[in-house]
Design a protein around this ligand. Structure first.
Ligand SMILES: [Zn+2]
Length: 212
């Protein structure tokens, strides 16, 4: 419940951050509260690129971070393309911020999370040091084949769905050197275990840079 001030009891998500504490300062009364400021790691990619499988393989293997799939909180009321799903992203940033207070950084797996514009502008982004982005990508044909192999009830084999995710896949591939950076991992020719190993290496690299 970090957003409620211990001293004045007023709810403010927009605390002033002093990175030297680090402390979160209540804009209402000036109360300074120490908190755990850690990086947030986001593993993204189009549907079919391999992120959920990588998450499943790494669960139980990585214990220095908390791995979560953003789909677990999805509900129809978050489906608000008119405002770019801001309630969904705000909810996740608040979740990750609070989980991080127990001492371990969060690695969040999800599609829309991987678009930095959805994260960097949100009010609770400030509670993290860096947000690191990794996107799993693959070639269009491989993506289509993987989506067609899924059980029919998921609707992933529909041409419109495949096209949408090929477009998203290509969005990552053409992101280039924009800021903040997105690291790409091409999963076209590697198996699921190798993909998970590469994701693990990236996670370890990012958390060892910022520990302490
Ligand atoms: Zn206060």
């Amino acid at each position: 419940m970090m957003n409620i001030c211990y001293q004045c009891g007023i709810y403010r998500a927009d605390k002033i951050i002093d990175p030297d504490g680090p402390v979160a300062i209540c804009p209402e009364c000036g109360y300074r509260r120490r908190f755990a400021r850690r990086p947030l790691l986001i593993v993204s990619g189009a549907s079919g690129a391999g992120k959920s499988t990588a998450c499943q393989i790494l669960l139980g293997r990585l214990t220095q971070v908390v791995l979560l799939d953003s789909d677990i909180l999805w509900r129809s009321e978050f489906n608000s393309p008119e405002d770019n799903y801001t309630a969904f992203f705000d909810t996740w940033l608040r979740m990750c911020k609070n989980i991080t207070q127990s001492g371990r950084p969060v690695v969040l797996f999800g599609a829309g999370m991987g678009v930095p514009a959805n994260i960097e502008s949100r009010v609770e982004r400030r509670y993290f040091t860096d947000v690191h982005y990794l996107a799993l990508v693959c070639d269009d044909q491989a993506l289509a084949e993987r989506l067609r192999r899924r059980p029919e009830w998921r609707g992933s084999g529909q041409p419109a769905y495949i096209e949408e995710h090929q477009r998203f896949n290509n969005w990552f591939k053409t992101y280039g050197s924009a800021e903040p950076p997105i690291r790409l991992l091409d999963t076209t020719d590697i198996d699921e275990e190798t993909t998970a190993n590469q994701v693990e290496l990236w996670i370890n690299e990012k958390i060892s840079n910022t520990r302490g």
